[in-house]
Write a protein of this length. Structure first.
Length: 581
């Protein structure tokens, strides 16, 4: 039985054909993964299903839901279908959720707008749905605003909003791309448990996620279907070049990475702490007395769950937030705490690629001006040839020079942001989730570019990421953060082969296996505690399977364990190598 039948779906934006004659079917309860490079038409296909393509788009072909034609349907017809028959989980929940409405009101609106409940029953169903998606204390969270929730909690709310009307089809557009590995494992397990008979269209560039969640896969390439079939067959014996390229680009957690470097220190954080004022006079400790050194020509990765303090630590090092205590030392000189007080040469030498490219690119500037801006500010304007070369280095051609930020896909915007940082010729590059929005092949290209520049110029890279397989590819050393503390710091290969901290082991276990390999990611139970009321003793003990009474009573200091340094009382006695934990 076919629930959704798509035939000859074509989407045009002016003269550009972004979806070109796409055909596929979805059966009730089936999970279909749609994969492809950035710009291949994945998201445009999903938006067409719900009639959400921009008004200037020309959509043709056929989309039949239980025999009802949706292409060309009126807005009232589409409104009746959305949420109740087809629902969507968007890639960025913070943009998709209304910032002016509390969480409970947003979910209640879905029910009441479609006449599914009213009054007290609506409130009860909302609380029950938030409880079902694992939101802690749902009776209290219905009053929360979107900005008050972590990324993982917002994504749970989006899933709750999509499923509360019990749709026949759930379209999930990169639902785990912005999430760390432990929250990703929780969200995937949640989708698996909650959707029951709901069909799933999962759009993602993570082939490991598709392999674990979807019975069938559809590979898109430049708007067309390159290959489709059973996931196991397509990934096991791909017939299309596009599929093979995607599979070849999948990073592996078990592939050895670069060896640790013996080089002079270049940038250091010494006892760096960051605190924010919170409600009722409380202080929120976002980073607690962090000690970190980045060597010349080295890539040092910082990993950890959302809210662990990774980005805040990087911003304090760069002077974008003012630390409450501690010092940042660059090239042997202590730096001013705030960016505005630092010398222009230092600001040029330390460049940042932001996590959200859409928010960091000026919407009123063309790409050529965006990329050239750092050099213009420094009084050394880049030539047209240098700007073109910078874009070519990140896989973008001259057709992008005159575009604006809103005309770029998420992956394209991130590549522009990387080109903008590199054209300044920095000595230190801070990458805050800089490749998270990129598909596998482009990510491989960008990582190779960073390694090539590093080998040629001695560029030092502080690499913040949640994709541990990517981290293994590029990082000489890895720092693991939890609730504002660095709990483990080790050479990359040693950390992946023999982690010393139980939290590091949990992060590694949460990584999905590569396509074609058996197994599922392990779910780390619970949420990161609130930094407003951290637990006593070891901050990880409430979620640690190895915790003892001493762990609950005393906070361990970071100390040497082999080539690592680790904040765990039991580091020497635990053997956390894979398969022996």
């Amino acid at each position: 039985m076919t629930l959704l039948s798509v035939r000859g779906l074509t989407v045009r934006h002016g003269n550009a054909v972004v979806v070109d004659g796409v055909d596929f079917d979805v059966a009730p309860g089936e999970a279909l993964g749609i994969v492809g490079e950035s710009g291949s038409g994945k998201t445009q296909t999903a938006l067409a299903l719900l009639g959400l393509t921009p008004g200037s788009a020309d959509v043709s072909g056929s989309i039949r839901l239980d025999g009802q034609e949706l292409v060309g349907a009126t807005e009232p017809v589409l409104d009746a279908v959305r949420a109740t028959r087809i629902a969507m989980v968007f890639q960025d929940p913070l943009q998709a959720l209304n910032p002016y409405l509390r969480i409970g009101a947003q979910l209640g609106h879905v029910l009441e707008a479609h006449g599914l409940s009213t009054g007290r029953e609506t409130g009860e169903r909302v609380v029950a749905m938030l409880d079902a998606v694992g939101l802690p204390d749902p009776a209290r969270q219905v009053l929360a605003w979107p900005h008050e929730l972590s990324g993982g909690m917002r994504q749970r709310v989006m899933i709750a909003a999509a499923l509360i009307a019990e749709p026949a089809i759930l379209v999930a557009d990169e639902p785990t791309t912005a999430l760390d590995v432990t929250v990703q494992a929780q969200i995937l397990a949640l989708l698996d448990r909650l959707r029951r008979d709901t069909a799933l269209l999962l759009i993602t560039h993570d082939l490991g996620v598709v392999a674990g969640q979807c019975e069938r896969v559809l590979v898109m390439d430049r708007g067309r279907v390159a290959e489709t079939g059973a996931t196991r067959d397509v990934f096991g014996a791909p017939s299309a070049n596009a599929t093979r390229a995607l599979l070849d680009a999948v990073p592996r957690l078990d592939a050895p990475g670069p060896a640790a470097r013996d080089a002079p220190g270049l940038l250091a954080a010494e006892g760096l702490s960051v605190r924010y004022r919170a409600r009722r006079g409380k202080a929120l400790a976002a980073v607690k007395s962090a000690d970190l050194e980045l060597k010349e020509g080295e890539t040092l990765a910082i990993v950890g769950e959302s809210g662990s303090g990774k980005s805040t630590l990087a911003r304090a090092i760069l002077g974008l937030v003012s630390p409450a205590a501690g010092t940042v030392v660059y090239a042997g000189q202590a730096l001013a705490r705030d960016l505005v007080d630092r010398a222009g040469t230092t600001r040029r030498d330390l460049q940042l690629v932001f996590q959200d490219p859409a928010a960091s690119l000026d919407p009123q500037m063309r790409v050529s001006s965006i990329v050239g801006e750092p050099r213009a500010i420094a009084g050394n304007p880049a030539t047209a040839g240098e700007i073109t070369a910078a874009l070519a280095d990140v896989g973008l051609d001259t057709t992008f020079l005159d575009r604006y930020a809103h005309q770029l896909s998420g992956g394209q915007a991130q590549r522009v942001a990387i080109a903008r940082a590199l054209i300044a010729r920095p000595t230190v590059l801070v990458c805050d989730e800089a490749v998270a929005a990129l598909d596998g092949t482009v990510r491989t290209t960008v990582l190779a570019l960073l390694r090539e520049i590093q080998a040629r110029t001695g560029l030092a890279i502080l690499f913040i990421a949640h994709d541990l397989a990517v981290v293994r590819q590029i990082a000489h050393r890895v720092a693991v953060m939890y609730l504002g503390e660095i709990v483990e710091l080790a050479p990359g290969n040693e950390l992946f082969e023999r982690p010393r901290h139980p939290y590091t082991r949990a992060l590694l276990d949460a990584v999905p296996p590569p396509p074609g390999e058996a197994g599922r990611p392990a779910v780390l139970p619970g949420e990161v505690p609130s930094p407003l009321s951290p637990p006593p003793g070891c901050v990880f003990h409430p979620r640690c399977r190895y915790a003892e009474d001493g762990c609950r009573a005393e906070a361990p200091a970071r100390r040497a364990a082999g080539n690592s340094s680790v904040a765990c009382r039991r580091a020497e006695e635990l053997d956390l190598a894979r398969g022996r934990a």
